[in-house]
Structure formats: C-alpha cells, structure tokens
Design a binder for this molecule. Sequence first.
Ligand code: SAM
Length: 208
Amino acid sequence: MNLDDYISAHSDAEPEYLAGLNRKTHLRMLNPRMLSGHFEGRVLSMLSHILKPEKILELGTFTGYSALCLAEGLAENGEIHTIDCDDELEGFLLEVFSKSEFGHKIKLHIGDALDEISKLDIVFDLVFIDADKMEYKSYYEAVLPKLKKGGIILVDNTLWDQKVLMSVDPCDKQTGAIQNFNDYVAADTRVEKVLLPVRDGLTIIRKK
Ligand SMILES: C[S@@+](CC[C@H](N)C(=O)[O-])C[C@H]1O[C@@H](n2cnc3c(N)ncnc32)[C@H](O)[C@@H]1O
C-alpha cells in the first residue's frame, strides 16, 4: 500500500454515485485525469460541510464531480453555480445533475468563465477555481469582489505536478502562469492563504 492508498483508506469512502460518475468519466472522456477524484472530492465535501455556504461558484465543471462534492455541504437553501466553456459537456452534465439529489441546487453555465462571472450579480461564500490554468490570476481578480468578507476561495492544481519548483521552460506557459499566480497570492495582503499538498496542490484563500 502506498501513501495515497493509505490516505484514501483512512478517509470516508467515495459515495457510490460519485464512484459511478468517476467510472463513467474514465469510459467516456478523453482526459479523465482532470476529475478531482475520491480523496480531493472528500476534502471539498468536508470543507463545504464546515463552511455550510449558501452560494458557491465553481470555475471548471468538467463532468460535475467536484460540483457534486461541494453541493453536499450547501446550506438548506443554498446553490452552486458552475461554469464550463465546453458545450459538448452540457448534455452529459444535465443528465448527471438531474439524477442527483443535489441537482436542483446546481446551476450550470456554459461559456467562458470570465464572461459568465461578469454576468453573475451574486455575493459568494465559497469559490472553487479549477478551469484554465493560464487565467488563474484573472479568475482570482474577477471573483474576489464577488466574495463576501471572510469568504473562501479554493484553487486547484497549485503545485502542478511539482513543476512549480523548477525553473520555467519558456515554452511551458502553464507552469509559469501557476508560479506567477502563487507568487501573486502569497504577496496579496487582502487575503490570508495556505497552500496545502492535497493531491496536485490546493490553495485555501480567505478574504479579510
Ligand atoms: C480540470 S477540469 C475541471 C475538473 C472538475 N472541477 C473536477 O474536479 O471534476 C477543467 C475544466 O475547465 C474547463 N475550462 C477550460 N478553460 C475554460 C474557460 N476559459 N472557461 C470555462 N471553463 C473552462 C474545461 O473545459 C474543463 O472541463
């Protein structure tokens, strides 16, 4: 047993409906690795349960796995808005959400994240950033004004396969973008932040 297996074995099991979605994603999608998966999914669910948010915003829906994990902790009348630019996912997602007990709490927006964020006149309690890595800084600046004081932003993949430790190859724009984003947030006095080594790196940011 390796460390990841040990951690998963000593965390809550993946709920059956999510294990099914995980399998379906691996069968039907070209890049199933984008799905957050069992362990990170339980971390998202736990954080959402602790925060009991009324309004969640997610950037990067993919097959809906993390949206469903976050929805588990929503307040009674809460809702999650999730955005993805890939219109080929829409039919898949509407079917997945309609079969879920949380379906009525999930509002799917198909379009570019920055365009869709600008249309949402909502104050959010919790934001999960997991779309285009090149746009992380723009997403951060776009969501911060829509986040309540004390609200939380979770940012995925901030260790980027540990490539953030290496000097940047000028051709590798994504690693450079994540390094810049991490440096930017680390120096930002408007927020408190901690980068956790959860899966591929999960930064928790709290607006002061
Ligand atoms: C890593 S996946 C999200 C995984 C999902 N959050 C999960 O954990 O299961 C990233 C998603 O972001 C979407 N995406 C990429 N660029 C985007 C953009 N500019 N606007 C909205 N969505 C975008 C992709 O289509 C993809 O589905």
